[in-house]
Ligand binder design. Structure first.
Ligand code: GLN
Length: 542
């Protein structure tokens, strides 16, 4: 066997039910290939018709993950970044909306020279171009493409047809199909059931795709007999039936798949020999995991609007996992609906927590509750971290209760004499909603003598944005006089990026989404220090 320079393509599809953790499985697979010394790229194809995830409701679709270059993408790209510690871009996320947009634009431009434009070949050709486009700029050993949705969905059909054609074109040795399925445990029968997996694989075979490897998600270990049974019915070798057992944390999935020797199976199928395994990277990962199981716990509150749907705050939850592990503590998140705080006051909900975070969000609902929670954090010297809307509401709270600007508000919610948060001119002209916010990474200058500087240890940082409204510069002087420091700015457009309170042990907020840059192996400094400050707060209380 020899290592050829041909990129190998891995497709990950899902069967039986949604929410099987295909994104985590794909990210984990990419990570273990990386541990094995391969150069890996990963991308997501989403069959929905939205051009991007930016216009989707967080209650339904979870968080919108924003890349450095400002793409509003599916939350699975967050898994990819957190596991692999590499930056995704607009090129790593494709939707049916984008594909159709592109094909229709070409048709309008007359590029098809009078042909009847059809799903096959025009849509499938456009999909195939996207499958391989990452390889145009770099020479990857593997490109993993995760297909959103579940086999059987009408919307996925063109993607599956494109995979079938692509596999034929590049050859079986260069394209591997991995199917993630469910093997449910039926309590009353007392056994694991393979039939849904058999049906899902049949479904794929009908579409002309023979899965090469199955990752069978299940509550408990699959016995050899069961693997043999799946092998028989699904036309797959027994060693290619990989157990995907439930683990306590998604970060354990890479180790579990590594133990199941999935990489050996991939290498054999693609005619590649193994490279040198990075034992250092694996042991660092194991250390990170062992810290996750720390007995010590600390309570931190997230007070927001989408608290009934924690996926809406996916990157925040994960950033706390990273920061917790690095602080050797388990962060016990307390989800608080901002509307409850509005109705019943903050004390009832916040009395026992050691830190308070106000996340990003849109719309007026729950705003007053967030402002109460911030006032409570400020007055009781509880560590506070504000993210995007969290910064904006902290500014409103300060304006109202410290600067005594009654009715201070954001023009997103109410026009008032004191719109301390407002739209800047460039945003006022915008009517369309898709992709028109301030999006992506920009450079932030940090003042040396500040909490922000002591956290970032740098006077120049980059953070990602997703918002329309900004701090009104008219009030900056008044804030400074009253003890609210503006410690980070986007100099080019003179915009406020970081605020902090002078008379408080840890009160800081950013106009950006720092959670998006936290990684398993590199916790974000703001989260790391926030957790540390919360630990200190707890110690001082005792
Ligand atoms: N709604 C606010 C804005 O558009 C905050 C957005 C956010 O928190 N992501 O400016």
């Amino acid at each position: 066997m020899n290592n050829k320079n041909q990129t190998k393509y891995i497709f990950v599809t899902g069967g039986v039910v949604s929410s099987l953790g295909k994104g985590v499985a794909s990210a984990s697979l990419a990570l273990i290939l990386k541990w094995h010394g391969f150069k890996v790229a990963i991308q997501k194809f989403d069959p929905y018709l939205n051009v991007d995830a930016g216009t989707m409701n967080p209650f339904q679709h979870g968080e919108v993950f924003v890349t450095d270059d400002g793409a509003e993408t599916d939350l699975d790209l967050g898994h990819y970044e957190r596991f692999l510690d590499i930056n995704m871009s607009v090129l790593n996320c494709t939707t049916t909306g984008q594909i159709y947009n592109e094909v229709i634009q070409k048709e309008r431009n007359g590029n098809y020279l009078g042909a009847t434009v059809q799903v096959i070949p025009h849509i499938t050709d456009a999909i195939k171009n996207k499958i391989s486009r990452l390889s145009k700029s770099e020479n990857y050993d593997f490109i993993i493409t995760e297909i959103g949705g579940t086999i059987g969905d009408i919307e996925s059909l063109p993607f599956l047809e494109a995979i079938r054609q692509f596999t034929m074109e590049v050859g079986k040795k260069n394209a591997i199909n991995i199917h993630v399925t469910l093997v449910p445990f039926l309590k009353f029968a007392g056994e694991l059931k393979t039939k849904p997996t058999q049906h899902s694989v049949k479904n794929m075979q009908e579409l002309g795709i023979q899965p090469d490897i199955l990752i069978c998600r299940s509550e408990c270990n699959l016995s050899l007999d069961l693997k043999k049974k799946i092998s028989l019915f699904c036309n797959i070798e027994t060693e290619d039936v990989i157990g995907g057992y439930d683990v306590l944390s998604s970060y354990e999935v890479p180790l579990a798949l590594y133990e199941e020797k999935i990489v050996d199976r991939i290498l054999e199928k693609s005619n590649l020999s193994s490279k040198k395994i990075s034992t250092k990277e694996i042991s660092n990962w194991k250390k990170f995991i062992s810290n996750l199981h720390s007995e010590k716990k600390i309570k931190i509150a997230i007070c927001g609007k989408y608290t009934s749907t924690p996926d809406a705050y996916k990157s925040i939850v994960e950033a706390f996992v990273h920061a917790g592990s690095a602080n050797k503590i388990k962060v016990d998140l307390v989800w608080i609906d901002a509307e409850d705080v509005e109705k019943y006051g903050p004390k009832k909900y916040l009395e026992n927590v050691c830190g308070i975070l106000i996340p990003g969000g849109f719309g007026e609902r729950g705003i007053e509750g967030k402002i109460f929670a911030i006032q409570y954090a400020r007055e009781n010297k509880i560590p506070f971290l504000g993210i995007c809307l969290g910064l904006q509401t902290a500014v409103i709270e300060f304006a109202r209760n410290v600067c005594k600007l009654k009715n201070a508000n954001s023009s997103e919610f109410k026009n008032s004499q004191y719109n301390v948060i407002h739209l800047i001119d460039s945003q006022k002209k915008i009517n369309s909603k898709g992709g028109t916010m301030r999006l992506g990474s920009s450079e932030i200058k940090i003042e040396k003598n500040s909490l922000a500087y002591s956290i970032y240890k740098s006077s120049k940082i980059f953070e990602r944005h997703r918002h329309r409204y900004e701090v009104n510069n008219k009030f900056r002087k008044m804030f400074a006089i009253n003890g609210l420091k503006i410690s980070g700015v986007y100099e080019k457009n003179n915009l406020v990026e970081i605020i902090e309170l002078l008379n408080h042990p840890f009160f800081i907020a950013g106009q950006f989404h720092c959670e998006l840059k936290s990684r398993a192996m590199k916790p974000h400094p703001l989260f790391f220090e926030f957790v540390k400050a919360s630990l200190q707060f707890e110690k001082n209380k005792k």
